[in-house]
Write a protein that binds this ligand. Structure first.
Ligand code: C5P
Length: 288
């Protein structure tokens, strides 16, 4: 594309810089799980996630600014970039995955079972997979280098690495945005069990929401009318793919770390349906 410089191809997104040194983020239809990019892609995924992020950014703008400058596709770009491209401002990214959890799931459940706490936050006894926590907690994780896994870390670790002031600001921002989003999701019949944010710093040192926000790739959404602790929740998000991948059905040996098999057509179709459904439930719009 004329005027764009390719800087990075991530697992699911491609990044460029434009002539004004802004970031151009193109969300593909690729899907990743357990650090693998799966085949084939999920039709419409990049556009659904981009659209949903924009919907959320608007609803959160009074709490925190975000990195989006424009949704205009750069001149000369392929036609299929429409709807999946965001021109964003460059920020000094904080290398911390800022996870908020209001319910126990995923690595939260694993840590809780082993230690009674998650990322150093002690939790009451008697919780189980899917339990609502007494209050939402901030459970940061490191951003892994290529080939490594993200690791949950404590608040103290973030404070030591990045300073107590920034750690505190990240926790406040993460929990306040999560709280707002959880309430909105609830009005739409969804439990927002957990989610991950990434923040950047603007030149004045202010926190800015970056990356994608509150998408089914970065969040667990459960149907509120079917939520019941004690077992894995029916999920509107990538959890469905993770569950298929780790089931005997897929035949994948996660421990051997060999490339996962291709997703069967029905897993792709079902995942597409879930992404569309969460988009439609939240925004109240039809996915055309
Ligand atoms: O797997 P875990 O329970 O730690 O994930 C917590 C939440 O953060 C989930 O909604 C997951 O999708 C999200 N997450 C993410 N990117 C990561 C790690 C977690 O979007 N690198």
């Amino acid at each position: 594309v004329p005027g764009l410089t390719h800087i990075h191809t991530g697992k699911v997104r491609d990044l460029y810089t434009d002539a004004d040194d802004n970031l151009v983020m193109v969300a593909s239809d690729r899907i990743s799980a357990y650090d693998w990019v799966l085949e084939p892609g999920i039709p419409d995924k990049g556009r659904i996630l981009t659209s949903l992020s924009l919907w959320w950014f608007d609803l959160l703008a009074d709490l925190y600014p975000n990195h989006v400058l424009s949704t205009e596709v750069p001149a000369g770009a392929p036609a299929d970039w429409a709807g999946r491209t965001l021109v964003c401002r460059r920020l000094d990214m904080v290398p911390v995955e800022c996870v908020a959890r209001g319910y126990l799931a995923g690595s939260g459940t694993v840590e809780y079972r082993a230690s009674g706490s998650v990322c150093g936050v002690a939790l009451p006894e008697g919780l189980t997979e899917g339990s609502e926590l007494p209050e939402p907690i901030f459970t940061p994780a490191t951003k892994a280098e290529v080939g490594e896994h993200d690791e949950n870390v404590s608040f103290a670790y973030v404070a030591e690495r990045h300073g107590a002031e920034l750690a505190d600001a990240l926790r406040r921002a993460t929990l306040s945005v999560y709280g707002r989003a959880r309430d909105i999701a609830r009005e739409h019949g969804l439990v927002l069990a957990d989610t991950k944010f990434e923040f950047g710093l603007d030149p004045a040192g202010g926190l800015v929401l970056a990356d994608e926000v509150l998408t089914p790739d970065s969040s667990r959404y459960w149907p509120a009318d079917r939520w019941a602790p004690g077992h894995a929740q029916p999920s509107f998000d990538k959890q469905y793919v993770r569950d298929w991948l780790t089931s005997p059905e897929s035949g994948w040996d996660r421990v051997a770390d060999t490339p996962p098999p291709d997703m069967p057509e029905e897993v792709v179709a079902r995942t597409h349906e879930k992404y569309v459904e969460v988009y439609e439930r939240l925004t109240g719009r039809r996915w055309a």
